[in-house]
Ligand binder design. Sequence first.
Ligand code: ADP
Ligand code: MG
Length: 212
Amino acid sequence: MTDNAFSTLNLPAAQLDNLQQLGYQAMTSIQQQSLPLVLEGKDLIAKAKTGSGKTAAFAIGMLTNINPRDFGAQALVLCPTRELSTQVATEIRRLARYQQNIKVVVLCGGQSIGPQIGSLEHGAHIIVGTPGRIKDHLRKKTLSLARINTLVLDEADRMLDMGFYEDMEIIIGETPEQRQTLLFSATYPKKIKSLSAAFQREPVEVTVESIH
Ligand code: ADP
Ligand code: MG
């Protein structure tokens, strides 16, 4: 067993089988550095390039904290765009296949809000979406973040570039203080450090230069 084997992690056997079926033979660098910390419940600032496998670096840990029998949103992943939200949701659904009935709902603008409200009414364990539309749902009270245990800020630098800071502030303010906050960013400018200082608790920093 090598250091980068998923079996070095304390994961359910069914998830190890699922990862094998997905063809994930070894952890990528960002996964190897992040997952042990994510599974320990630590807050994380992870700097890694596109294509490095960031989704699994948070999702595999996040999924161990989802109770399928509890039909409230337990994890929230904020992404800068609809396209990225859809990609992240697709990857989370694949990684969630070892558990039954985990529902992932995508909430983004540019799509009618009615069907989104319908999906939320049926119960959603994991929410993935863009800050603007998630804020809309909070305002309408069609979404509650009171039971979020894991918050992920994916491509945080891009969300800041797109002017989402205030929306993010409002959204994060609706989540419990007792939560795990995982921040992923391709770059590490000052404003990412202030974002982290505002919303994370003793975060561990992880940097990966190469993709694999
Ligand atoms: P990023 O968010 O860093 O751009 P993604 O999480 O979208 O990267 O992953 C990029 C691609 O790599 C996806 O198609 C994903 O399924 C695949 N992938 C991720 N981790 C592994 C792994 N450990 N082994 C094989 N493929 C992986
Ligand atoms: Mg990504």
